[in-house]
Design a protein. Structure first.
Length: 172
């Protein structure tokens, strides 16, 4: 991926528009509900409980550490400025999103986490590109642009992608 391709992905993104229409690929798990995170008392099923116990959420704030590269990509003022520009571009693109019911479970709204994670991924993808090492973050941007929400990692580095069907079936 190049910086121009990254810009194109952000400019044409259909942020979170295809929740409920995801087929997990190799190294990925589809998460159909966020109920396990909405309440400690809520257990949807053993599959979701196991994921909730082990999953680390992908970073959603710009200052969060990179769980993939650590500080390795922190290089040069120019790369940092590029990354910041792509972060702002993503935030600007995400700003007009209406409320997304699949991202709400009872009183808990996960939309701000999803928006933060998408913009974080775009920033880190820009850093990967500037370092000449497009990798993990660059692979997430097309998922976000296609309307999905890659939301976490398991200890074995499997990517968890929120599928989003079961949240509206049961309110807390």
């Amino acid at each position: 991926m190049t910086l121009d391709q990254l810009r194109g992905q952000i400019d044409s993104a259909n942020w979170f528009s295809n929740l409920g229409q995801y087929q997990a690929n190799s190294g990925q798990l589809a998460l159909t509900s966020l109920l396990a995170w909405a309440s400690e008392d809520e257990i949807l099923d053993r599959y979701h409980e196991k994921i909730a116990e082990k999953m680390e959420w992908l970073p959603a704030q710009s200052q969060d550490p990179d769980p993939i590269h650590g500080d390795k990509l922190e290089q040069g003022e120019e790369a940092q400025q590029q990354a910041l520009a792509f972060y702002k571009l993503a935030l600007n693109s995400l700003r007009p999103l209406a409320e997304m019911p699949p991202l709400q479970v009872g009183p808990h709204r996960f939309q701000h986490v999803a928006v933060g994670a998408a913009s974080y991924a775009c920033r880190r993808a820009a850093l990967e590109i500037c370092a000449g090492e497009p990798g993990f973050w660059c692979s997430l941007v097309p998922l976000y642009a296609a309307g999905q929400w890659p939301c976490g990692l398991l200890p074995d580095k499997s990517l968890v992608v929120f599928y989003g069907l079961a949240n509206t079936a049961k309110a807390l």
